[in-house]
Design a protein around this ligand. Sequence first.
Ligand SMILES: *Cc1c(COP(=O)(O)O)cnc(C)c1O
Length: 394
Amino acid sequence: MAGALSYLEDQVRELKEQGIFRPLAVLSSPQGPRAVIDGKEVVNLSSNNYLGLNTHPRLIRAAVEATEKYGAGSGAVRTIIGTMDLHLELERKLAEFKHTEAVLVFQAGFTANTGCIPALVGRGDCIISDELNHASIIDGARLSRADIKIFPHRDMAGLEERLKEAEREGYRHKLVITDGVFSMDGDIAPLPQIVELCEKYGAISYVDDAHASGVLGRNGRGTVDHFGLHGRVDVQIGTLSKAIGVLGGYVAGPRVLIEWLTQRGRPFLFSTSHPPAVTAACIAAIDVLLEEPQLIERLWDNARYFKEELKKLGFDTGVSETPITPVIIGKGPETMKFSDRLFEEGVFAQGITYPTVPAEKSRVRTIVTASHTREDLDFALAAFEKVGKELGVI
Ligand SMILES: *Cc1c(COP(=O)(O)O)cnc(C)c1O
């Protein structure tokens, strides 16, 4: 019996009655372009494993060798005795890759944000944040105790208004935060304009490149590289969990920022560091990005093809400019029905609804990867066409 937690029974029942309670899909194969999900082999359009690196032989070999040499776990937080030479090697490699003075790796992209934002600003400061920024940015901002101002999505007039307001109100530091690529719509932040406004108003610029790491810019260096803004963005967050194929997040920036975070980035100080296998696989992944750029080309070829064909079928794919393509259905329950029918037809594409996106903008989100074959994509498109007609979406 739930006892004191019985109120949760009402809350869970409500979600189920609204048709928006999602059971966990369970994978019993590698996270690949085709995967066994809930016991059925399907074309997988929901993975962040953009380049297929999670099963790349070089990453697997690096993970196995590091495990044999250093063991399964790291045994301490970084600041006690959990820093191995491997951790430093990865940070050096990432700093060189990103063309920044230094990098600090966190356990995840999520903790990179919740660790970094409160270390940068606090009471008396102001955070100015795009309304569609990731949950980890929202949580990091709340943890910081700084005042938070939200600007309408990618709206530069709105951003400038908030900056002027913050200036009038006399905050000590102003921190402007944006996702580099927005995870639900696949659009790209107008970073050159954001940087200009930050420079004009003396604000700190902060971009979270989780969905751009390994995807945008030369060899997947991210949005700063994509827009040629090296040296003009103060803080860059990257993830090692998506296109890099492993797990982790990192902060790239000036050395003093990294030094400060080793003293005040709470998840860095109070949570155990990555296992050797994770770190070694990430090191191998950066080598692959540098040496096998054809993976990124294939990713973009697939993304262009799939997006174009969905549009030809008559679907509303929103404003996507990246391999993330939302297929906007409308209401939550219809969206879940669409996703369920796709699954029956052999395609996994997660339905996404409130509170992740506004209820009336519910969508089936698709992500193509470099590992999908043309045959996989055509199979998925045929399923979208069939289900779309059946449910009156197209
Ligand atoms: C996925 C994501 C994160 C979290 O990264 P993890 O490494 O999975 O914790 C952070 N920020 C953004 C914008 C993301 O899309």
